[in-house]
Design a protein around this ligand. Structure first.
Ligand SMILES: C[S@@+](CC[C@H](N)C(=O)[O-])C[C@H]1O[C@@H](n2cnc3c(N)ncnc32)[C@H](O)[C@@H]1O
Length: 274
């Protein structure tokens, strides 16, 4: 399915908006939601880091892994994976601004860490990698942006070794039709749409050669994430960013409402290339 949004629009959005997200979401540039389990004490940044830990544990990432970080953004998670597990990580992202940030961040690391990292500018729908090159395709908060999700998921399957793991989280549309409010403040604002519900996602992955190892509905954590992000945006809304952050706080309230109305969801999937 191709959507009415283009990759060029998404690229422009992410090239232009890095500074505003760093101002309140995470100064280091990471941009994903939080996994609020009992270890996180209700703290957003701990929950955001906890998502990385949970995904890495579920994916069994270790020193022998070669991970493709699909939609790596500013490269924060790629760097964390390389430093924590000693694995090789290749990051790819549509935003050249973010890929440059990732490369600059990697260049500040010790030589042995730098050797594990590589960052490429490109799209999830046309991966410049060989068949079976990776043990893991890892993706956080990215596929929902891709207009042609089916091709991105097929490309993920292609570049995975047989038995390799797709470890991803993504936004979901629990119901095929959403209210005008959700359309405007959630789907249109984020330039996305998706054909996938929580179970529909799994059906599609099975159709293209994956076995589902684990699926977890994280919609409650998405709601919690946007409650925290709304108050973070409100707290930082001053000076020249006041108008934009006030608008984001308002939009995040609508994200919370959309999850509560079951018009937006969030899922975590571990799927094996079979
Ligand atoms: C919400 S950010 C998440 C970034 C990163 N994974 C993280 O957790 O911080 C979404 C990222 O997806 C990237 N993106 C969107 N469409 C893409 C595509 N077709 N191919 C590759 N990256 C894409 C954007 O440029 C952006 O960096």
């Amino acid at each position: 399915m191709s959507s009415r949004y283009s990759e060029a629009e998404t690229e422009r959005f992410y090239d232009e908006e890095d500074a505003i997200y760093r101002s309140f979401w995470d100064a280091e540039g990471s941009l994903h939601w939080g996994y609020f389990d009992e270890t996180t004490d209700g703290d957003f940044m701990r929950a955001s880091a906890r998502l990385d830990e949970v995904m890495a544990a579920k994916g069994g990432i270790d020193t022998s892994s070669h991970v493709l970080d699909l939609g790596c953004g500013n490269g924060n998670t790629s760097l964390w994976l390389a430093k924590t597990y000693g694995c090789r990580v290749t990051g790819i992202d549509l935003s050249s601004v973010r890929v440059n940030n990732a490369r600059e961040m990697a260049a500040r690391e010790a030589e042995k860490v730098q050797r594990l990292l590589r960052f490429e500018h490109g799209s999830a729908t046309d991966l410049p990698f060989d068949d079976g090159e990776f043990t893991h395709v890892w993706s956080q908060a990215t596929i929902y942006h891709v207009p042609d999700k089916e091709t991105a998921l097929q490309e993920s399957r292609r570049v995975l070794k047989l038995g390799g793991l797709l470890v991803l989280d993504d936004l979901l549309k629990p119901m095929p039709v959403v209210s005008e409010q959700s359309r405007q403040y959630v789907y249109d604002r984020l330039l996305f749409d998706t054909p996938f519900s929580f179970t529909g996602y799994q059906d599609y992955l099975k159709e293209i050669g994956f076995t589902i190892v684990e699926a977890e509905d994280l919609s409650g954590y998405l709601r919690q994430s946007y409650q925290h992000l709304g108050s973070k945006a409100r707290h930082h809304a001053r000076g020249e960013l006041e108008e934009k952050l006030t608008a984001l706080n308002f939009a995040y309230g609508k994200m919370v409402e959309a999850v509560e109305r079951d018009e937006l969801g969030w899922g975590l999937y571990i799927a094996q290339a079979s």
